[in-house]
Design a binder for this molecule. Structure first.
Ligand code: FMN
Length: 181
């Protein structure tokens, strides 16, 4: 898929078909995550790919009912859980770069999934200790996020964004960018 189309098509998918995802697709999606940049190339991330329906069910139970992505996690055939080791990344003036490293890798994964005709949804709200226990994740890893992956269902959320003029400045703070109107 053309890159700009991938960017346009990506949105949070919260309902999925149950259709199986091929191993080739999953391999390409994980490979995209592997190529992400990271603090001193430490690659602090780890991904737990969960297809087992019993384990997926337990993951869903660690997500609060109020989370709009809970149903998506139930429906999708795969859940990817993103972990990161803070000791394998930078901490500069309290900016903990393991979150950045992990975030970039996850977004690589998300965009690669779109390229494969699949949908995802970042999930940031869950019981971290419970997820760690279910998946046997060592204590030094933080569980940063997870995403369901699957073929998108019929319903699709619309998304809004602030105009570029509100978020991009030229040379100094709040100075308008010449070519944005
Ligand atoms: C760090 C992060 C955490 C998120 N956590 C959740 C979540 O727990 N549940 C959910 O339904 N969506 C979650 N989202 C998805 C956002 O709500 C979504 O990206 C935003 O509303 C923009 O919509 P779009 O992704 O369709 O463009 C999260 C997104 C990010 C980047």
């Amino acid at each position: 898929m053309e890159f700009n189309k991938v960017l346009q098509e990506r949105h949070s998918v919260r309902n999925f078909e149950s259709q199986h995802i091929s191993e080739d697709k999953m391999r390409r999606i994980l490979e995209a995550a592997r190529l992400a940049p990271s603090w001193t190339n430490e690659q602090c991330w780890r991904f737990v790919v969960v297809e087992d329906s019993e384990i997926r069910g337990r993951i869903v139970n660690a997500v609060p009912d109020s989370n709009p992505a809970k149903n998506a996690l139930k429906e999708a055939p795969v859940i990817v859980v993103l972990c990161a080791d803070p000791d394998k990344s930078g901490d500069v003036a309290m900016k903990e770069y393991y979150m950045v490293d992990a975030g970039i890798a996850m977004e690589h994964l998300v965009l690669a999934a779109v390229n494969e005709g699949l949908g995802t949804c970042w999930v940031g709200v869950f019981d971290e200790d419970e997820i760690r226990e279910i998946l046997d994740i060592p204590r030094r890893y933080r569980v940063v996020a997870m995403t369901p992956i699957g073929y998108p269902g019929k319903h699709s959320d619309s998304r809004e964004r602030k105009p570029l003029t509100d978020i991009a400045y030229e040379n100094t703070w709040e100075n308008p960018v010449r070519y944005l109107h």
